[in-house]
Write a protein that binds this ligand. Structure first.
Ligand code: M6R
Length: 366
């Protein structure tokens, strides 16, 4: 039941402190600085043999996969490609016995994702899945899986089933890096220790909900918006834009910020607001110059910024503050105000947040 909340989506956004606490439970040994993912059936031999990983998924799950690519490549030094399942299944991808195909799915019943898994199986890949629904088809057909600890998700817009796999992928990257010997012990211990911060960081984002509501109130009548991000927060631009379009029906477009100069900057004027994800991560300076360019063209800018940032307030019209987070975990934090923003705009517009038009919770047909 919804309890004190008006919609399941809002309740599920707030449940992320708990779902992320559950995500760590039993998997992280903080004393040893190690990760355990027994249901993945990952042996040291397999870890060393992997030549390539394809992550395949749809929608929000694919955005989690885009973050996972950066984490696995950085930590475990394995090449990763992210493929939208509906494309992957018809592309005749290059797969052999040293390929792992990792499907990500909340429902575990998405037709395209299951078809991509079947195709990968036929070609001889090792099949992994990160799945929320226990006993679902994706979980059953995988050689190994990570069970997301999101709990049941009712709202059509996926929220807690986005942040849970982000943390699952971070843990997977550490485990792979450890087993392959690409991750030095001191570094491993530091990355594992950072996991302890997550529930509190998310809780501090949620404490700022009232500030997001104020901006949502001001912006609820916009017709278009551009979401920009870079590096590990580039997928968060895609995810923020998807949340807004699916429940508020506002046209939101996402771009890797560096692509602006190759065309989309022509769109920016007073009627095209920009939402820039610009926390203090390694791409921060690049985002600042992007924001300056948007401002120079008259666009109004909302930034997701790290608390204490002294440059962005002078440059931007609105700020969604997030606490300082280790950069590899920053997407878990930066996405929270964007979930809240989409939610409150849709709620203020009086829309059916939990059951948006034309959409189903799980897409079981092609
Ligand atoms: O159940 P799945 O994770 O496989 O679903 C994938 C997408 O259909 C899903 O994430 C969809 O994009 C959501 N409505 C996004 O909020």
């Amino acid at each position: 039941e919804k309890g004190e909340y008006r919609h399941f989506m809002q309740k599920e956004i707030h449940e992320q402190v708990r779902s992320l606490t559950d995500t760590l439970a039993g998997r992280v040994d903080f004393d040893e600085g190690t990760i355990r993912l027994p249901q993945l059936n990952l042996t040291p031999e397999l870890a060393r043999r992997i030549q390539r990983i394809y992550i395949t998924a749809c929608g929000t799950a694919a955005h989690a996969g885009m973050v996972g690519k950066i984490l696995i490549e950085r930590i475990a030094r394995i090449p990763v490609e992210v493929d939208i399942a509906s494309e992957f299944r018809y592309r005749d991808p290059i797969i052999d016995a040293d390929t792992v195909v990792l499907a990500i799915s909340q429902s575990g019943e998405t037709a395209d994702t299951l078809a991509a898994m079947d195709e990968s199986r036929r070609k001889g890949a090792t099949l992994w899945a990160i799945v929320n629904a226990i006993g679902s088809q994706a979980m059953r057909i995988a050689d190994g899986y990570i069970a997301m600890q999101a709990g049941p998700e009712i709202g059509v817009a996926s929220t807690k089933a986005f942040t849970a796999p982000l943390v699952d992928l971070y843990m997977l990257a550490i485990l792979l890096g450890d087993l392959r010997g690409t991750l030095p012990e001191t570094e491993r211990k530091r990355l594992v220790a950072d996991l302890r911060l997550i529930p509190d960081l998310v809780s501090r984002c949620l404490d700022r909900e009232a500030e997001v509501v104020q901006v949502a109130r001001e912006m609820r009548y916009i017709r278009n918006i551009l979401y920009l991000g870079r590096g590990i927060n580039m997928p968060i631009a895609y995810e923020g834009a998807l949340k807004l379009k699916e429940i508020s029906y506002i046209h939101a477009e996402a771009y890797p910020a560096g692509e602006m100069k190759h065309g989309p900057i022509a769109l920016i004027d007073r009627d095209m607001p920009v939402l820039a994800i610009a926390p203090k991560d390694p791409w921060y300076e690049k985002m600042i110059s992007q924001i300056e360019q948007a401002k120079a063209r008259g666009g109004s800018v909302i930034a997701v910024a790290t608390e204490g940032d002294e440059r962005l307030p002078a440059l931007c019209d609105h700020i969604f503050w997030v606490p300082d987070a280790p950069w590899m975990l920053s997407p878990v934090v930066t996405v929270i105000p964007l979930q809240l923003f989409a939610y409150h705009i849709a709620a203020l517009r009086g829309l059916d947040v939990d059951q948006p038009r034309n959409l189903a919770k799980s897409v079981t047909v092609e």
